[in-house]
Design a protein around this ligand. Structure first.
Ligand code: ADP
Length: 218
């Protein structure tokens, strides 16, 4: 199954992708994760991407498209994939259509995760990542005590949590604007192709996951 998850920053694309990975046995392809890895490794691409990411702008299409082209060429995508954070504007969506047509693997479904603005800001403010195992947790929904008791699978010690540098208030506001202006037109784009399913992505993770599974084609 070839799925695109569409939604604003903080709508739960990453969290729901991980559930889908387990359920559907297909890989998650997150351009945000790929870009952060490139930044961390200091590759030329990462150096170029860093400035835009820090400012909350989109990274240049050519960089992201090259990353996606390479990633989709790997053998684990044969049974499908979940695209998380890509495409993010109409030009990327068109390029994706062309690429998938070339490899004979058109999209099966695009799921829009709907969350209202106030909830998005709240979720992003509480988001933390473990520097050792990359697990993403939310301080709003996971009580401190249970986090302190949990052991990181990499170190065997408590998680070492940090806040993503682009999760600060000013950058978040900019990312939400970019979503409205550049990404939300994709809703119409995919509705026009008959691929769009929209779900209410508020409420707890398992509930949202149930709604998501219910709209996937069988
Ligand atoms: P979120 O969905 O919470 O904004 P991501 O991890 O998906 O977080 O993206 C973080 C940043 O990486 C974005 O603000 C943007 O700068 C860059 N980025 C990710 N995906 C793309 C993309 N498809 N095109 C351009 N830039 C991207």
């Amino acid at each position: 199954m070839r799925i695109v998850l569409l939604g604003a920053p903080g709508s739960g694309k990453g969290t729901q992708s991980q559930r889908l990975v387990e359920q559907q046995h297909i890989p998650q392809i997150s351009t945000g994760d790929l870009l952060r890895a490139a930044v961390a490794q200091g590759t030329p691409l990462g150096v170029q991407a860093k400035e835009a990411m820090t400012a909350g702008r989109l990274v240049e299409d050519s960089i992201v498209l090259e990353m996606i082209r390479e990633r989709l060429g790997e053998p684990d995508t044969g049974r499908g994939f979940i695209l998380d954070g890509f495409p993010r504007n109409i030009a990327q969506a068109r390029a994706l259509d062309t690429l998938l047509e070339q490899i004979g693997q058109p999209l099966d479904v695009v799921v829009q995760l709907k969350v209202d603005y106030a909830e998005l800001s709240r979720r992003i403010a509480g988001r933390r990542t473990c520097s050792d195992c990359d697990r993403v947790v939310n301080l709003l929904t996971t009580p401190r005590e249970s986090l302190e008791q949990e052991r990181c699978p990499v170190t065997g010690k408590p998680h070492r949590l940090f806040q993503r540098p682009d999760d600060n208030e000013a950058t978040v506001a900019q990312r939400l604007r970019v979503y409205e202006q550049q990404t939300s037109p994709l809703i119409e784009y995919y509705a026009g192709q008959g691929l769009l399913r929209s779900i209410d992505a508020q409420g707890d993770v398992a509930e949202v996951s149930g709604r998501l599974t219910a709209v996937l084609p069988r």
